[in-house]
Design a protein around this ligand. Structure first.
Ligand code: TXA
Ligand code: MG
Length: 356
């Protein structure tokens, strides 16, 4: 694609400078794309009602047009522009979790451009809670369609630096408000099927959703690569097992903490002996086990602090890439709360395979 000079502007995360927001909103109004922070990950936004602007998102990311976008709103009134009906469950969930990291799949309204939904009859909508995102949507006066601001198949960006690595020369403006608070993407919840089901676990846990809708179903089981890709590819076309791949192979370990430590340490030793540069991603409590190994160690946090683990997870994977390790050995953090989202991203990075 044609080279586009990329400007990075630092913006206050809590009280975004009006002049900066105005400038970014003008670019969007003129049909340009802009990178902005959300509480989950950075997004690459375009006016949801301008097809030529939407097209730019796909070109900049190298993303296939078959992968639908999430539309971001700042006010529930904007739902009327985007959907035909707002089910009671959606209203209750929105009241509890918006603004926040929950994306609802709803019936698509007639005015929504084809590019937003990849031709589906449904649309993904969320109200982010980051002040910069909210200010930008309000200043534009139109919903913003935005995928994560990474190159297609790469890890979502949680800092402006990550975005710059992936998209410099491809986008005109990056708004830099520092690291994202949550660090994994929003939970995508399907409200258009017989039963409400999580399509992508994320920043709002299954347990939290069930306090409002007790019958919310977990993501479909994905015991094998084939089964997972077949079931989810139809429903959420972006949900392939290799979607969040770091550029370095990742091995995900399972089992008890002792088992994981033992097999990861053995694997580290085997590979180091062969001259491989190994990265290990572990909990803080695991660090002593690996201290005398040759591996590069990254810990996103304590095993009982999944909020912190999620917040640092993608930065950790990118740290390994930048250090040019040849393989990442990664422990599992369970499936409670944010653990489900963490496991989902790691499993995708591991190509769906688990080591025991
Ligand atoms: O936290 C987030 O959700 C971030 C920030 C920027 O808001 N956005 C994000 O967008 O992660 P993206 O494009 O990377 O992921 C959107 C996911 C994809 O897995 C896509 O398949 C799914 O949402 N999706 C979008 N529209 C859908 C629809 N109509 N039905 C089912 N899944 C849909
Ligand atoms: Mg993405």
């Amino acid at each position: 694609m044609k080279y586009i000079p990329t400007e990075v502007i630092i913006v206050d995360a809590d009280q975004p400078e009006p002049a900066v927001i105005k400038r970014a909103a003008k670019l969007l109004r003129d049909g340009e794309i802009v990178v902005f922070p959300t509480e989950t990950v950075y997004g690459l936004g375009a006016d949801a009602f301008q097809p030529t602007a939407l097209e730019r998102i796909f070109v900049a990311k190298g993303r296939p047009f078959s992968d639908p976008l999430i539309v971001h709103i700042a006010d529930e009134h904007e739902l009327e522009l985007l959907t035909t009906t707002i089910p009671t469950e959606a209203k209750r969930l929105a009241q509890e979790f918006w603004p926040g990291p929950l994306t609802l799949i709803l019936p698509k309204g007639p005015r929504v451009p084809h590019l937003v939904t990849a031709g589906l009859e449904t649309i993904a909508i969320r109200m982010p809670r980051h002040p910069v995102a909210l200010a930008l949507i309000s200043a534009l006066g139109s919903p913003i369609a935005a995928p994560s601001a990474n190159r297609f198949m790469h890890i979502s960006p949680t800092t402006a630096h990550h975005v710059f690595t992936d998209l410099s020369g491809r986008v005109p403006l990056i708004l830099d408000a520092g690291p994202c608070e949550i660090g994994v993407e929003s939970t995508v919840l399907d409200l258009c099927s017989n039963e409400p089901r999580i399509l992508r676990p994320g920043g709002i846990s299954l347990e939290a959703l069930r306090t409002i809708l007790p019958d919310v179903q977990p993501p479909k089981q994905r015991n094998t690569v084939v089964e997972y890709e077949e079931t989810l590819a139809k429903k959420a076309p972006g949900q392939l097992l290799t979607h969040y791949a770091p550029t370095v192979p990742l091995l995900l370990f399972d089992g008890t903490i002792e088992e994981m430590r033992t097999s990861m340490l053995a694997e580290t030793g085997r590979r180091s002996t062969q001259g491989e540069h190994v990265g290990v991603l572990v909990a803080e409590e695991d660090i002593p086990t690996f201290q005398d190994s040759d591996a590069l160690i990254y810990s996103p946090g304590r095993e009982d602090d999944l909020v912190q683990v999620a917040a640092n997870l993608f930065a950790g994977l990118r740290t390994f890439e930048e250090a040019h390790v040849q393989v990442i050995l990664c422990r599992n953090f369970g499936e409670q709360g944010l653990g489900l989202a963490i496991r989902d991203r790691l499993l995708k990075a591991a190509g769906g395979k688990i080591c025991r």
